[in-house]
Each structure stands twice: as structure tokens, then as C-alpha cells.
Design a protein around this ligand. Structure first.
Ligand SMILES: Cc1ncc(COP(=O)(O)O)c(C=O)c1O
Length: 394
């Protein structure tokens, strides 16, 4: 009886929280520098978002996608305004948003480029989800283990290698799908020169440029969407995580010109775009649209990074500190799991990315005081752990 053991869970039972603070059943407080896994971007129990859900919960919950919803339309319009894209499909998760993007790319390729067996290029160390198509698109073998036969039509290339993309491009190439900061793969920001060259190549060869913003989106990097910093114009963008601040919702956005690619009956989902999710997403988008919000996130991100660099300087186990905005990774010279565990004991919630990267994804509403406290705990634990852990010889 019980759950599949798919998740290795910490035996901590959180029962409450506000902003960047979580409280367990014994009343112990934790600083949350994980936000779920980059989900609760506006913090726990955000009053406006909580109220939006309560208000909607007192009305009707579900009428299916067979009936129009002005709320759904409103959220779609907000997303279009913020992204510059023109068509939205609502899903329930990041994997489903990417699944929609993959299906969109295949249909687009058949309709526009007359390719019968379209291929999508993705990158090593990427993560795009756990459905069969999205795990096939993912550039990490561990998520595929035991799940063959996998769908055809994906080509995985080294991240950042434009020559590899050029060489791999052929008559059947339909799209490129990438994260601009690889999250699960170890908090690895893409080289801007690579991204610019890739965008130019996609334009030249009429290949769809599809950006997976499931983790980087909704303000995480100090921009509504990470691609806005890179100055590119994607054809497709996928979202989830922060869009619902913890309420399940995903979205696939595409250029208005390609709206007809997903015509009536071509794709669908029972729960996508449901009223509870839309009420929450509207509140999230309105909150993220506050004039100074993105600048504040960028400032806090820069500050957190500088403080980490200053405080962790000289620690031999720290290899590199990298990331964008409030999506930061500290690469260690060994496994990050034990560090995350020690930090939890000290009351700081963090994450592992890849094998050896300590990942920090605090809520975007984190305060300066909380940043100072978190950095001091990280320094303490990494230092302590450095003395006990064997450091490989040069
Ligand atoms: C970049 C990226 N894409 C897709 C996903 C999958 O999202 P979900 O777990 O909501 O299916 C994730 C989840 O971590 C992600 O980080």
C-alpha cells in the first residue's frame, strides 16, 4: 500500500508558510530557496493570488473547453501582450506544454514545409519533461532508462555548438527546442553568441525556434521570459511552473501567423485552461506586470550572486557560481546532495541540479535580509562540509 517510490522524499512535513518562509509541523521555520522547484515564484500564500483562487472557487469550476470562457481569453491576451506572441494553448504542466509544442512543430512542418517525417533538434543536458515525447527530447539518458521504444524524430546536439546545429540541419529539420538557462541540467545559461547565431540560422533555414521557458519564465531570470534578455524572437514558447504559483497550469505560445496549425480537433485536454487555473494565472500575470517588479528581481539576483561570490571565495569545493536573475547554481567539486541535506537541517531549503550543482530558486519576493541569512548558512555548511568531505587531489 502507498505511493510508488518515484521520489526520494525528505521526511519534513511543511504545514504553512508566507513569502519565502515555510513552517513544518513542529513549528520550525525554514527559508525557502527552492520555491517548490521554481514554482512558487511569488511566494507562499501571496494574498492576491490566494484571494483570486478563493473567489473563483466560490463560483463554477469547470465547463470543459467546449464552451468559451472570457477568463481564458483574458489570460491568453495578457500572455500575448507580455510575450509578443499571438496564439496560446493552455495545458496543465510543463511536459504537456512541451508536448503541445512538439505536436505543433510536427504539424507546422507538414503543412508549411511539406516534410513527412519532421525532426526536432534539442540539446545535451536539457530537460523537457517526463512524457514519452518530452523525455525523448530531453538530453539526459537517466530519464529514458527503461522506457524504450521511444518516439522517433529527435536529434540531440551539444549545447552551445552552432556548427553542430548547422551540420545536423537537413531537409527534415523542423524545429529547435532549447532552454536558455538549463535548469535540471545544472543551471547553465546559454552563450548569447550561440543563441543569436541559432536564431539567425533558424530564420535563414525556416526552422521553428522553440524556447522552453517552463523554469526560466514568469520573471525567474529578471525578465518575464528569459528570451527577452537574449533579444531574440522565438516562434514558440512554453510555460508552466511559475504561471500558477503552485496551481497546475501550463501554456504553449506561438506566433499568430501559425494559429491555424492547431485547428479544431487537432489537439486538446480536458483540464487545460480551467477556471481555477485561469483565475490564478491572471493574478500572477497582473502581479508580474507591476512596473518595478522585473528590475527588482534583477537587482536582487545580482546582489545574491555578488554576495555568494564574496562569501564563498576561496572555498576549494566551489567551482563556479552561475545563472541569471534569481536562478543561480553553485557548482561544487562533488555531489551536492549532502550539502542540500545539511542546509535543510539548518533551516534552508535548496535543490540539487545535475549531480554536483547546488541550485537556488528563491521566491522572487525574497527580501534582502533573507538573502543575507541564506548566504551565511550556505557558507557555513559548504565550509563545514568541505572539511569533512574528501577533496580530490589536483
Ligand atoms: C525546463 C523544463 N521543461 C519542462 C519541465 C517539465 O515540467 P513538468 O514537471 O511540469 O511537467 C521542467 C520541469 O522541471 C523544466 O524544468
Amino acid at each position: 500500500m502507498g505511493l510508488f517510490p518515484t521520489y526520494l522524499q525528505h521526511e519534513i512535513h511543511f504545514v504553512d508558510g508566507t513569502g519565502a518562509v515555510l513552517v513544518d509541523e513542529s513549528g520550525k521555520e525554514y527559508l525557502d530557496f527552492a520555491s517548490g522547484i521554481g514554482v512558487v515564484n511569488l511566494g507562499h500564500r501571496h494574498p492576491r493570488i490566494e484571494q483570486a483562487l478563493i473567489t473563483q472557487a466560490q463560483g463554477i469550476w469547470h465547463t470543459s473547453n467546449l464552451f468559451a470562457s472570457s477568463l481564458q481569453q483574458e489570460v491568453a491576451n495578457l500572455l500575448c501582450k507580455m510575450s509578443g506572441l499571438g496564439a496560446v494553448f493552455f495545458a496543465n504542466s510543463g511536459a504537456e506544454a512541451n508536448e503541445a509544442a512538439i505536436k505543433f512543430a510536427r504539424r507546422w512542418a507538414k503543412m508549411v514545409k511539406i516534410i513527412q517525417e519532421p525532426e526536432i533538434i534539442t540539446f545535451q543536458r536539457s530537460f523537457h519533461g517526463r512524457t514519452l515525447a518530452t523525455l525523448t527530447a530531453t538530453g539526459q539518458d537517466k530519464v529514458k532508462d527503461g522506457f524504450s521504444p521511444l518516439p522517433a524524430g529527435f536529434r540531440i546536439l551539444p549545447y552551445g555548438d552552432i556548427q553542430a546545429v548547422k551540420q545536423a540541419t537537413g531537409a527534415t529539420t523542423a524545429a529547435v527546442l532549447l532552454e536558455l538557462v538549463q535548469g535540471e541540467g545544472g543551471v547553465r545559461p546559454a552563450d548569447p553568441a550561440f543563441v543569436q547565431a541559432l536564431a539567425a540560422w533558424c530564420r535563414e533555414k525556416n526552422i521553428l525556434l522553440m524556447i522552453d521557458e517552463v523554469q526560466t519564465g514568469m520573471g525567474r531570470t529578471g525578465h518575464w521570459f528569459a528570451y527577452q534578455k537574449y533579444g531574440i524572437e522565438p516562434d514558440v514558447v512554453t510555460l508552466a511552473k511559475g504561471l500558477g504559483n503552485g496551481f497546475p497550469v501550463g501554456a504553449m505560445l506561438a506566433k499568430a501567423a501559425w494559429k491555424e496549425v492547431l485547428g479544431p480537433g487537432s489537439h486538446g485536454t480536458t483540464f487545460g485552461g480551467g477556471r481555477l487555473a485561469m483565475a490564478v494565472a491572471r493574478a500572477v500575470l497582473e502581479e508580474l506586470s507591476q512596473p518595478s517588479m522585473m528590475a527588482e528581481i534583477r537587482d536582487k539576483g545580482t546582489w545574491l550572486r555578488q554576495l555568494l561570490e564574496k562569501e564563498l571565495r576561496g572555498l576549494t569545493s566551489v567551482q563556479e557560481i552561475r545563472g541569471e536573475g534569481l536562478m543561480l547554481g553553485i557548482e561544487l567539486n562533488t555531489s551536492a546532495g549532502p550539502v542540500v541535506k545539511s542546509l535543510l537541517e539548518q533551516g534552508l531549503v535548496t535543490l540539487v541540479a545535475g549531480e554536483n550543482v547546488l541550485r537556488l530558486l528563491p521566491p522572487l519576493v525574497v527580501t534582502h535580509g533573507q538573502i543575507v541569512r541564506a548566504v551565511s548558512l550556505i557558507k557555513e555548511v559548504v565550509q563545514e562540509w568541505e572539511w569533512t568531505a574528501p577533496v580530490p587531489a589536483d
